[in-house]
Write a protein that binds this ligand. Structure first.
Ligand code: ADP
Ligand code: MG
Ligand code: MG
Length: 872
């Protein structure tokens, strides 16, 4: 097997084998950019090393051959005491994991070669500086020596000489430092620093392989959902020296602003420094534009490469470069990471510049990004530096008093305080506190931790895994020593993971305001880009997007956001509040006494329906007849028992008897949905009558109401048959055309969909109940209890309530679509569970052939985007 490839022989497509860094170094070499010569050791070799504990037998010879070729290209030999070749040994996985793995610079220096090196460059202090950098990096990353030992020695040397900058150290002091570093290595490891350059190369390579399984890298992969079995490649690159002189330096560049997407020159430059110094933040960098003042020629050359790379990759690139005595070298490029705002803006700009098509632009943004843009955001113009940064686990901008105990959080929220729950990590006992809080902050766990999963389910802002915070039972301590106590205000940005002490002002999202109709499409470049891509998604799409809305105001918002119908109008809230008492009377009344109560409820519902139909004038509104268990409308058994015991009366005794009779141990699997509609005579007929009356009244006003009636929780075709005939009988008295269909939400309904469809004009998949019943776990309890563990163990990749379980629930949906349509070719099909707003699930529903997805009003724009993406 070939384990080693020269930069001149690969290209950008080979990221699996060469890693991202290696493949892109090869691509830049191919494009004729000034990349220092070098070669890549493949991820194959890494996987072999990690599995067997040793590199493949063939590797040593291949590395020696490529090293020889590199020597020839450079006109320098490795280990030559007169004019030595130095190399860097750099990690680089398929997926970029910035700063998570190791790199060693200046490999090839030893006590002999350092003298030749100094002579060639005519600079003793430069040579000694380069050697001490190798010793520190090699000592730390390859030999595992505590890095602070080196930095402490460096600080002492600077103090002794009375200077503050590394670059001011004299050759004598640096040479002394070299000796000190070697002593540290000998003392800490028991062996001297390896003098043989080939041995250095070998050890550094294996150390890079091992860094794939280092703690940092493992944690990062888990957070970012990167597979553990990819391994890293190793890039051996001839060294160029940004620390050579004042007209040398190193920097990073972005072809566009990674936070807004704006065009221009973005990046940082540090004169007289090696690459690692930029990251380490030892000295303050200058903005990239300052390079023009230092070295106008290199600056212009760099800009021309930036343009070339952007055209070539047809996307934003980020770049690492180094200048050695006025000569520019390109050391890395990759497709640049960007914020959600930049993603939309860049995608549209690239279309205008003719680099990509509008279909491609649609593929460059995600529903997840649009979701983030819909939330209010912090106004950072005067924000201090954040206290810490964790994993951005659930979007939003939360400000509140820090509280460290879930029950205390619930208490304070009850009394009207805004609180943020701060925990080392959360478990099911934290649920009440999470519900009460504006946001949740934890020190441990990633995007799939309990805190993250539950917060997303609750729609709460969440930052988790902020591991620089030490979170105790009643306070938190930051790395800089700041202590946060209960009651101190903190601000969390769930979109970036930043945490501040104090209250950061919150601004409305311009994107949300645009969808609300409060801002024009041309109000700012971001809004223009969102508008353009969402419209393009609309034009490309096959499926429609409807919304779930129970009130007139929700319906109006849904319509503004672009919903083409209401896929689920729940009627249970029409039975709560003041009306609850009426329902209680209805349930307890003798059948012969029900009529007047039903009439009264019916009149109230009529006006509820009219408001919604009017808001959706001309568009369909699917009204679901009453669904929840009867049980939920009854007073609690305990309350009634106590009442009867305290003040016994005939009335109270009747009530207690009735409550006992109707009490259920498992109401969600009890008398609810169509079962209730059939048993509690008159109830569904009353609802159907109210719907028809409301529609007729609006028609008289010249409007075009389009109600549809949905029967919930049908498991057996004849249940729907009975309910349908009763509804049709009521509708006979009205001059309205109302389709009647059912929610498919029990596995049995899905499996017998061919029979159910004979009585249905439409199906709407109720994927929340369908998921709960297919898996046999309760959605009210399971997410907060064992889901966190299941996600950690990898039993779940996602919560099946958040992303549709295609293999199980999805198979039921597919069966029902197929057999339902066979039985009734006109059957109209939709989905109204939470999954209707999830981009990944939407792609599945599109493939399954549904006519629409229905989701909460705020998710409508995201769903519009997602179903357009799945269509192009
Ligand atoms: P990371 O993936 O953490 O960015 P890199 O392998 O890119 O690590 O290297 C770390 C730093 O060292 C970067 O700033 C890079 O530009 C610099 N560097 C790497 N190889 C060389 C080289 N051959 N000559 C000069 N600088 C280098
Ligand atoms: Mg890098
Ligand atoms: Mg249901």
């Amino acid at each position: 097997t070939q384990y080693v490839f020269d930069f001149a022989s690969g290209d950008a497509t080979q990221t699996d084998l060469l890693g991202g860094k290696g493949a892109n170094l090869a691509e830049m070499t191919r494009l004729g950019l000034p990349v220092p010569p070098g070669f890549t050791i493949t991820t194959d070799a890494c996987r072999h090393y990690l599995a067997e504990g040793a590199v493949p037998g063939a590797l040593a010879d291949q590395v020696r051959d490529h090293t020889a070729a590199l020597e020839k290209a450079m006109g320098r030999r490795f280990g030559d005491t007169a004019d030595p070749l130095l190399v860097s040994v750099r990690s680089g996985a398929k997926v970029s994991m910035p700063g998570m793995m190791d790199t060693v610079l200046n490999v090839g220096l030893n006590d002999e070669t350092v003298r030749g090196f100094a002579a060639v460059y005519g600079d003793e202090s430069f040579a000694a500086d380069t050697y001490r950098r190798l010793l520190a990096m090699f000592g730390q990353t390859v030999l595992g020596v505590d890095g602070s030992l080196f930095s402490r020695a460096l600080d002492e040397a600077k103090k002794k000489q009375g200077v503050t900058a590394d670059s001011e150290l004299t050759a004598a002091v640096l040479s002394e430092l070299v000796e000190t570093y070697k002593d540290i290595i000998l003392e800490e490891t028991g062996s001297p620093f390896p003098q043989d350059p080939h041995e250095q190369l070998r050890q550094a390579t294996e150390a890079v392989f091992r860094s794939w399984n280092g703690e940092r890298a493992r944690v990062y992969r888990k957070r970012e959902n990167i597979p553990d079995d990819l391994g890293t490649a190793v890039n051996i690159v001839a060294m160029v020296f940004g620390n050579r002189s004042a007209d040398s330096g190193t920097g990073v560049a972005f072809t566009r602003d990674p936070s807004t997407g704006e065009q221009g020159v973005w990046g940082d430059y540090l004169a007289d420094a090696q690459g690692e110094d930029v990251v380490a933040g030892i000295r303050n960098t200058e903005p990239l534009a300052a390079l023009e003042g230092h070295d106008a020629e290199s600056y212009r050359e760099l800009l021309s490469y930036m343009e070339l790379l952007e055209k070539h990759y047809r996307d934003v690139c980020d770049i690492e470069f180094t200048i050695e005595e006025g000569k520019l070298w390109m050391l890395q490029t990759r497709i640049g990471k960007r914020t959600p705002a930049a993603a939309f803006r860049v995608a549209c700009d690239l279309v205008d510049e003719g680099l990509i098509t509008i279909d491609e632009a649609l593929g460059r943004v995600s529903g997840e990004q649009l979701t983030q843009l819909m939330f209010p955001a912090f106004d950072r113009s005067n924000a201090p530096a954040p206290l810490a940064k964790g994993v951005a686990a659930a979007p939003g901008a939360a400000v509140g008093k820090a509280v460290f105990d879930p029950h205390r959080a619930a208490e304070l929220a009850e009394s009207g305080e805004k609180v943020v729950l701060v925990r080392d990590e959360t478990n099911p006992d934290d649920l009440p506190g999470m519900i009460a809080a504006e946001g949740v902050l934890t020190a441990r766990g990633g995007k799939t931790s309990h805190a993250a999963v539950v917060a997303r389910g609750l729609g709460k802002t969440c930052v988790c895994g902020a591991d620089s915070l030490e979170i105790g039972p009643d306070s938190a301590r930051a790395a800089d020593g700041t202590v946060v106590n209960e009651g101190d205000v903190v601000s969390l940005d769930g979109g970036t993971g930043e945490i501040w002490t104090g209250s950061i002002p919150v601004t409305d999202s311009p994107v949300a305001q645009y969808f609300e109709g409060k801002l024009g499409a041309s109000s700012d470049p971001l809004v223009t880009a969102v508008d353009r891509l969402v419209r393009h998604a609309d034009e490309s799409a096959r499926m429609e997007v409807w919304a779930n809305a129970d009130t007139g105001s929700d319906a109006r918002r849904a319509r503004r956001f672009g919903a083409r119908g209401i896929g689920l109008c729940r009627t249970e809230h029409m039975f709560l509040g003041d009306r609850r008492e009426m329902v209680e009377r209805l349930i307890l009344a003798e059948p012969s006494d029900r009529e007047p109560i039903l009439d009264e409820l019916g009149r109230l519902q009529e006006s509820d329906f009219a408001e919604i139909f009017e808001a959706m004038d001309g568009l369909p509104v699917v009204v679901r007849l009453l669904d929840p268990p009867l049980h939920e409308f009854l007073p609690s058994l305990v309350d009634v028992s106590v009442k009867e015991a305290v003040s016994p009366s005939a009335e109270n005794a009747d009530l207690l008897r009735a409550v006992r009779r109707l009490h259920e141990h498992n109401p969600m699997l009890g008398l609810r949905g169509v079962r209730l509609g059939i048993i509690l005579e008159g109830l569904y007929s009353m609802q159907v009558r109210s719907i028809a009356r409301a529609a007729e009244a609006l028609r008289a006003k010249g409007l075009d109401p389009k109600p549809e009636i949905m029967v919930p929780l049908v498991s057996e075709a004849s249940e729907l048959d009975v309910a349908r005939r009763a509804a049709e009988k009521v509708l006979e008295g009205f001059d309205v055309d109302v389709p009647i269909g059912t929610m498919v939400e029990t596995p049995r309904a899905a499996l017998t969909a061919g029979r159910v469809a004979r009585f249905a004009d439409f199906f709407s998949f109720g994927t929340n109940d369908l998921t709960q019943m297919t898996w046999g776990f309760s959605r009210d309890d399971a997410e907060g209890s064992f889901f966190g563990d299941y996600l950690d163990l990898g039993i779940f990749e996602y919560s099946p309530f958040a992303v549709l379980d295609e293999a199980g629930v999805g198979a039921l949906v597919e069966t029902a679509v197929k057999t339902g349509r066979e039985a009734n070719p006109d059957l109209h099909l939709g989905i109204c569970g939470e999954h209707g707003g999830d981009p990944q699930s939407i792609a599945f529903f599109d493939k399954a052939g549904l006519d629409y997805v229905s989701c909460s009003p705020y998710r409508v724009p995201v769903a519009r985007l997602a179903r357009g993406q799945s269509a192009v």
